[in-house]
Design a binder for this molecule. Sequence first.
Ligand code: PNS
Length: 164
Amino acid sequence: MRRAIYPGSFDPLTNGHLDIIERSCRLFDEVVVSILVNQSKQSLFPLEERLEIIRAVTNSPQVRVDTFDGLLVHYAVAQGATAIIRGIRAVSDYEYELQMALMNRRLEPGVETVFLMSTEAYSFVSSRLVKEVASLGGRVTGLVPPLVEARLEARFGRRSEPKE
Ligand code: PNS
């Protein structure tokens, strides 16, 4: 059983995340999407809602959704995982991701970090930009699952239709 952890804040889940989850399922028997419990970081969506959203939009028997706190590598070992999945969108992501991967390897050599590239169509999509655009009245259709779009609308109000 090859198990991988896909960790993150997922505030909120985007189609880029979903793309990475699908790709991970082709490489691993089980993918545990694990949301970081971070009390110090102000999130838009409460932890429970992020869990509910990811559970609702990932309906593969290969995907499990969970939360974690503390060191990621400790959690990965406790879960019996051999890999940590991280999505890379652009070269700019790489430096920070490389640092994290090497630190995690130093802490726990038995857990390998696997970088996956999402489809080019989502290479500019991030949770941070999605929140900013939605909060300022822009449409995020096609960049996030319809459920996330609805939850953003519930928070920030209905989006105006784009001009023809
Ligand atoms: O989606 P994000 O917010 O970029 O995810 C970052 C995450 C959760 C992968 C990272 O912050 C993390 O692993 N936090 C857990 C604490 C930890 O292990 N820190 C050492 C990392 S080298």
